[in-house]
Write a new protein. Structure first.
Lengths: 321, 321
């Protein structure tokens, strides 16, 4: 399915979102402008803003409030990526050098803060204290999820429930806010707001599970990072957790965490995950989230906007990078 | 003048602000709780929240909205300090190890983000989109000021106007928001809001000028950092700018920036600044800001709250660390 169909119903508004992001880039300092240009390039899929714009069609359509909401969400998302790259000490993202690699950690910290500030400013343009509250709770959930992941790194004995809780905060919460925020700005009915919230949550969960599968199954060149890098950083994701469940007493993850720089144990874990049904099982979990997302849309009228939301759920499931 | 008099009229509310900050500290992760405990210890002067609470007395006094505002401001202030220490690669703050020194940069970045998120959440409790907007603009001004400082580091040829603009964003903006935000929550008259905004701006400017003087005149043990560290980091503050104005063609700052690790040129710059009238001139500038702050309060009724605001301006001018 072509990606274009996802964006089709809201193409005009997405152009305005891009204009809002371009306005953030313009800065008296050419170095800062360059840094913002790199991280806010138009190459992304813009999934979150697209969801926000589509959700805003189920009620009173108010593009002048939806565009700042969508731009704010994309900016917040990008700001967290900039800080994540400092936190993970990543040199590349999608094959391009990160801000911390191009410049230094200090620049990346400041750049992220500057983008958070702009995101906060844009969200206020919705003129709704309820939407701003939603935004602030999301920020808390994301920061908590990220912290939880870091603090539990190399900690053996986590289970899939803890994993789902963590990715709900770290990733799904912003998808939820995109859908729920869009519906709130449109003053949709409580039933429709709840439907879109559930949609966002499940699409976000599917997104992260697929991301975590790609870390084991993906192509290093397409991913722009080495296969198995989550595990090497001590982060337990679904495939690794399923491996541990199958071999509770003796498995390479346990050995890897006991000696966290062993390429040999990493290679063994990758081999066992790739040559078993673990990735298929993980894909089934992602598909289940996709199905729940689509089912959640049931109460909404059958419009091209709803169809586009279903397309997004399918795209999230099928993406290869 | 004893510091206690500053806090006297709002002691009860300050205790509630501390309780709100203590609530932020409580966390399921003991490591995070420990980190938050270190940065949110009750040892600070709480100047900004005190100003917010006092400003909130000029109108309809609503402590249930003012306390979250004041707590949010202190949390935001502390979050920026945590990130500043990463940006400046500082090992100590007020003689105690920084978060990045105790743990690592990643932890400090996440801790700061987590605190920003909580600050955003608290500010929403004011239930005023106008106050949240003020907050977001302040965040932008602070981030811009910090970025401007970093990007113009070791850049010779700045003037005092650029310096005042930078410290207005970096420091004064949060003082302004404390005073203006408190007055807005109290639905004070436009005239009183404007008076308190001008007060906050000028107190904040005085605060930063004094800070920059202390970097040259202070005691290393009391400051908890080496004398002259701004200059060593390439940051031009008022005393250095005055030195450059006096000796435009040949001065040690020029040499220091050309060869930015020379202890010899730093020592020479320190000697020339300390053994001239430059620090007195700088103190006169700080006093001028203090006087403007006090004059700005003229339209307000002569109450113990106004007297406490004047005490704060005097305290800012007289502080030695």
């Amino acid at each position: 399915m072509p990606v274009v169909s996802i964006h089709e119903p809201v193409q005009e508004e997405l152009a305005k979102v891009q204009a809002a992001l371009d306005a953030v880039k313009r800065n008296e300092f050419s170095l800062l402008e360059g840094m913002l240009g790199n991280v806010l390039s138009a190459s992304g899929k813009r999934l979150r803003p697209t969801i926000a714009l589509l959700a805003g069609r189920f009620g009173e359509y108010r593009p002048h409030l939806l565009v700042p909401l969508a731009a704010s969400i994309e900016l917040l998302h990008t700001a967290t990526l900039v800080h994540d790259d400092v936190i993970d000490a990543s040199d590349t993202r999608r094959g391009r050098p990160t801000t911390n690699a191009r410049h230094h950690n200090a620049a990346a910290v400041m750049l992220g803060d500057y983008m958070f500030a702009h995101a906060a400013n844009l969200i206020c343009q919705t003129e709704s204290i309820e939407v701003v509250k939603l935004f602030s709770r999301t920020l808390m959930a994301m920061a908590s999820g990220e912290l939880t992941q870091d603090m539990s790194a190399y900690e053996y004995g986590q289970d899939t429930m803890a994993y789902f809780g963590r990715i709900e905060g770290k990733t799904a919460s912003l998808f939820t806010t995109s859908a729920e925020g869009g519906a709130m700005v449109a003053t949709a009915t409580p039933e429709h707001i709840a439907a879109l919230r559930a949609y966002g949550d499940n699409v976000g969960m599917a997104f992260q599970v697929v991301d975590d599968i790609l870390d084991f199954s993906g192509d290093e060149a397409e991913l722009g990072k080495p296969v198995g890098s989550d595990l090497m950083q001590g982060t337990l994701t679904l495939p690794a957790l399923l491996l541990m469940e199958r071999h509770p007493d003796d498995n390479p993850v346990k050995k890897l965490f006991a000696d966290n720089h062993s390429e040999e144990h990493l290679a063994e874990a990758l081999f066992m995950i790739q040559n078993s049904t673990i990735l298929d099982e993980s894909r089934a979990v992602a598909r289940d989230f996709r199905d729940r997302a689509v089912a959640a849309l049931e109460p909404l009228p059958d419009t091209p906007d709803r169809a586009a939301l279903i397309d997004i759920a399918d795209y999230v499931l099928s993406r290869q990078q």
